[in-house]
Design a protein around this ligand. Structure first.
Ligand SMILES: Cc1cc2nc3c(=O)[nH]c(=O)nc-3n(C[C@H](O)[C@H](O)[C@H](O)COP(=O)(O)OP(=O)(O)OC[C@H]3O[C@@H](n4cnc5c(N)ncnc54)[C@H](O)[C@@H]3O)c2cc1C
Ligand code: SF4
Length: 333
C-alpha cells in the first residue's frame, strides 16, 4: 500500500476543508471495508486519507413525525437493528441486515455503502486499464460479464451499482444531505447516483470536495420490502435485488404510490416504471405481482452472460411485492 498522511478531523466543516477539487489524491475513510481493499490492491492510491471516525455528528439519528434522519457514519448493523428503521422503513432494515456478514455490518457505514466503488473484476484488477481507469475500452462488454448489467442500453461501462441500501432508499423516497465548500444541499436519493464513464467520475454525483452528512427517510406509512436473489447464502452481493414500497396493498386493498426499484442490474439503481404502472391502483395478488415482475424486465438488453438475470428480476419483484403486502412467503418451506 502506498504511504499516506492520515487526518482525523472532528467536525464536518473540518472534513470538507481537507478535501480537494479532484478525485484521487485525498480519500475519505469511514469503516474502511471498501477503501482499504482498494488501497491494498493499488486501485486507489491516495497520499492523504481523511478519517471520519471522530466526527460525532455523523452518528446521529433523529426522528420526528415527518422523517427519520440517519447520520452517514451509522453502521449497517445499527441501521438494521434500529427500532424506528424497522418500523418505518422495513425495506431499508432488511437490505442493511443482509449485507455481507456481521464483521462487514459492524464496520461498514451508511455513507460508505452509498459511495462504495463498483465490483467489476476488470476494474478491481490493478493491471487492467479499462474506461474507468483512463483506458480506451470496457473489457466486460465482450469479456467475462456474468455479474454485470442487464439494462445496458446507452452505457459504455456496464457495471452494476453495488449498494443494496440504494434501491431501498430510493423506493422509500429518501433524500441525502450533503456538505460542500459552499454550504449544504439536499438531493433526492433517486438523483444521487450516476453511471460513471471515466476516471474523473464515481458511481455517485458527489463532488470530490463534498461530504455526505445524512439520509432522511420520510415517514409516510408506506409498506415496503427488499428481496435479494443470491447465488447462495454467503458473504456476497446479490445477483438481483428488488426493493418495493406502496401505500395500501394489504388485505386485498389497492396499492397506490407504487415504487419498484431494482438493484444489481444496471450501472445505477433501476426504477422499473412499467412495473410501477402495471400495479398502480390494483390489489396485490400472486397474479398481479407476477405481472409486475414481467413488466419490470421491460427494456432489458442483457450482455452475453447476463440473460439469466431477466428471470431473476421477475422473481425478485414478485416476492418483494408479496412480502411488502404481508403475504405468506410461498417459497419458504
Ligand atoms: C464480503 C463483502 C460482502 C458485501 N456485500 C454487500 C452487499 O450485499 N450489499 C452491499 O450494498 N454492500 C456489500 N458490501 C460492501 C459494503 O457494504 C461496503 O464495503 C461498506 O458499506 C462500505 O462502508 P465503509 O464505511 O466501510 O466505507 P469505506 O470503505 O470507508 O468507504 C467507501 C467509499 O465511500 C466513501 N465515503 C465513506 N463515507 C463517506 C461520506 N460520509 N461522504 C462521502 N464519501 C464517503 C469513501 O471515501 C470511499 O470511497 C460487501 C462487502 C464485503 C467485503
Ligand atoms: S464494466 Fe466498467 S469498470 Fe468494468 S471493465 Fe467495463 S468500463 Fe471497466
Amino acid at each position: 500500500m502506498k504511504n499516506f498522511t492520515y487526518f482525523r478531523p472532528t467536525s464536518p466543516e473540518q472534513v470538507v476543508g481537507l478535501l480537494e477539487r479532484t478525485w484521487g489524491n485525498t480519500e475519505l475513510l469511514a469503516g474502511g471495508t471498501d477503501l482499504l481493499d482498494l488501497q491494498k490492491e493499488y486501485i486507489a492510491q491516495p497520499s492523504r486519507v481523511v478519517s471520519l471516525s471522530s466526527v460525532a455528528q455523523l452518528k446521529n439519528v433523529s426522528l420526528n413525525d415527518r422523517a427519520i434522519t440517519l447520520g452517514a457514519g451509522l453502521t449497517l448493523a445499527e441501521i438494521a437493528n434500529h427500532a424506528s428503521v424497522r418500523q418505518h422503513a422495513a425495506a431499508l432494515a432488511q437490505a442493511a441486515g443482509q449485507i455481507g456478514g456481521p464483521q462487514i455490518r459492524n464496520m461498514g457505514t451508511l455513507g460508505g455503502n452509498l459511495c462504495q466503488r463498483n465490483r467489476c473484476w476488470y476494474f478491481r484488477d490493478e493491471h487492467v486499464a479499462c474506461l474507468l481507469k483512463g483506458g480506451q475500452r470496457c473489457f466486460a462488454l465482450d469479456g467475462e460479464n456474468k455479474y454485470h448489467a442487464v439494462f445496458t442500453a446507452g452505457h459504455r461501462c456496464v457495471i452494476v451499482h453495488p449498494s443494496t441500501l440504494a434501491p431501498a432508499l430510493i423506493a422509500l423516497g429518501a433524500t441525502a444531505e450533503i456538505l460542500g465548500p459552499n454550504g449544504r444541499r439536499t438531493v433526492e436519493l433517486a438523483k444521487f447516483f450516476r453511471a460513471p464513464t471515466g476516471p474523473n467520475e464515481r458511481e455517485h454525483t458527489l463532488a470530490p470536495n463534498e461530504l455526505l452528512l445524512s439520509v432522511s427517510v420520510p415517514i409516510s406509512g408506506l409498506r415496503s420490502a427488499s428481496y435479494e436473489v443470491r447465488h447462495k447464502q454467503a458473504y456476497d452481493w446479490p445477483l438481483v435485488q428488488a426493493a418495493v414500497a406502496f401505500a395500501g396493498g394489504h388485505n386485498g386493498a389497492k396499492a397506490t404510490n407504487v415504487r419498484i426499484v431494482l438493484g444489481h442490474v444496471a450501472p445505477t439503481p433501476h426504477v422499473a416504471e412499467a412495473a410501477q404502472r402495471a400495479l398502480e391502483n390494483r390489489a396485490i395478488t400472486e397474479a398481479t405481482a407476477a405481472a409486475a415482475g414481467r413488466a419490470a424486465a421491460e427494456g432489458a438488453k442483457p450482455l452475453s452472460q447476463t440473460g439469466y438475470k431477466v428471470r431473476l428480476i421477475e422473481v425478485a419483484v414478485k416476492r418483494a411485492l408479496l412480502l411488502a403486502a404481508g403475504m405468506k412467503p410461498y417459497w419458504e418451506v
